[in-house]
Design a protein around this ligand. Sequence first.
Ligand SMILES: C[S@@+](CC[C@H](N)C(=O)[O-])C[C@H]1O[C@@H](n2cnc3c(N)ncnc32)[C@H](O)[C@@H]1O
Length: 290
Amino acid sequence: MVEDAVGARGDGASRQAIEHHYDIGRDFYRLWLDSRMVYSCALWPDELDEDLEAAQLAKLAWHATAAQAAGQQRVLDIGCGWGALVRYLVEEHGVGHVTGLTLSSDQAVSLPPSEHWDIRLEDWRDHVPVGGYDAVTSIGAFEHFSRPELSRAQRRAVYRSFFDRCAGWLAPGKRLSLQTIAWEDFDPDHGSVAPFISQEIFPESTLPQLSDIVEASEARFRLVGLRSDGDQYSQTLRLWQGRLEAQAQSACELVGRANYRRYLRYLRVSRAMFDRRVCTLYRLAFERRP
Ligand SMILES: C[S@@+](CC[C@H](N)C(=O)[O-])C[C@H]1O[C@@H](n2cnc3c(N)ncnc32)[C@H](O)[C@@H]1O
């Protein structure tokens, strides 16, 4: 058990750390995200272009397909943000009910009430569903599941417990789709990179390496799809930055000039990390083994 290895709740970002980033307010994020408020790397199936709206929709579609979620009765979205995928699965793919988990209290109340979804302010480690799920999705949350001070063995133990839990909620043959940033040409055991990001932007969070994901998942899941899309995150960040700069005045009024500049710096530094291949973006489809 991870708790034995590192102590209860010392294994991933706390709710306080998550709210430090996400609860700056949805009105601020609305200024520079797409209309669905998707806050993760978009997907351009062909050439990169300037159309963030279409690329975010294509990303949601990729995950719906990867998780084989269309027409299913019960789907779980771990790290649901402001609910874009939850809503999309119900409204565009006929999913009967989606449970969304988030650690941000602002996000937890962002969708209107519906019999088709249940957005819970709950850590995946605490989630105890009434029954199983037909599919599980998780986009851009895995980056928060382990902390920088953990050893490689401890990080892998956290990731293994995530895959074990997902496997416990899915019948054999059912799918999990996952999207996460990962270290590429950088070994987290050999120092730190961009302390500004780990201290001021995403506290208590570190990234996996691809080998961590493979090692942690392979006892329970077959890896049936993998895309490496670092260039696409660089493009997403470039578009977000341009949109935020275009809204400078409104952004400063909402969150103050210091926060506006901090976010611009975060978008610039993150883009440089993708461009220099310090990190990349993976989209993975898993199938529960028998
Ligand atoms: C970058 S946002 C991505 C949101 C959404 N999936 C999207 O693509 O727009 C990360 C999300 O992960 C959630 N999260 C982080 N750690 C979590 C945990 N331990 N349990 C549940 N949700 C978590 C955050 O609250 C946030 O909603």
